[in-house]
Design a protein around this ligand. Structure first.
Ligand code: IMP
Ligand code: MG
Length: 180
């Protein structure tokens, strides 16, 4: 797997440090709330697992699976729900946990869908933000790292379902994309 990596973009240490900071901030903001962390699969699974353990107030968790990308690196703009929440969100303060805010289509769609179920509040935590790529009107309440328009993998993020299990965020060698 490592032979496909051109460069380490964000190291494991930097990620862990940032997650701790975000966890502390969220813990402070949600101390008098009823937090439900919603992991948006599959990309957020690593961030979610680390972030929830950096949070020191009670937190319920649930999982939602959506797909906005095909097999490549460009958004199709189509959001498909693969698995919905199990929780009735009415009494909860929702925190949507995402790996990356790119076009914003996925989260804009999800926020809309979930606000119709009338939770107490909805906020967004994203590990990475690519503001230059934004087309939807959405911003993150908690953000780890802002990155340029660059395709990255690792720490949950994939290319063709691979590289999610890297413990850092990296950039692939161009040859990995083959014919694209
Ligand atoms: P959006 O709807 O365009 O904001 O896309 C969000 C989703 O696209 C993320 O949850 C990722 O699964 C995927 N994505 C966007 N940029 C990247 C990237 O650089 N690497 C891997 N996946 C990405
Ligand atoms: Mg993906």
């Amino acid at each position: 797997m490592m032979q496909d990596i051109k460069e380490v973009w964000i190291s494991e240490e930097e990620l862990q440090q940032k997650v701790k900071e975000l966890g502390a901030k969220i813990s402070e903001d949600y101390k008098d709330k009823n937090l439900l962390m919603v992991s948006v699969l599959k990309g957020s699974v690593v961030f979610m697992a680390d972030l929830m353990r950096a949070i020191t107030v009670p937190a319920a968790i649930d999982i939602m699976s959506v797909s906005s990308y095909g097999a490549g690196t460009k958004s199709t703009g189509v959001v498909r729900i693969i698995k919905d929440l199990d929780t009735n969100v009415a009494d909860y303060d929702l925190l949507l946990v995402e790996d990356i805010l790119d076009s914003g289509n996925t989260l804009a769609y999800l926020r809309e869908l979930l606000s119709d179920r009338h939770p107490r509040s909805i906020k967004i935590a994203t590990l990475l933000d690519k503001p230059s790529r934004r087309t939807a009107d959405i911003h993150a309440d908690y953000m780890g790292f802002e990155i340029a328009d660059q395709f990255v993998v690792g720490y949950g993020l994939d290319y063709n379902e691979k590289y999610r299990n890297l413990s850092f965020i990296g950039i692939l060698k161009p040859c990995v994309y083959g014919g694209e």
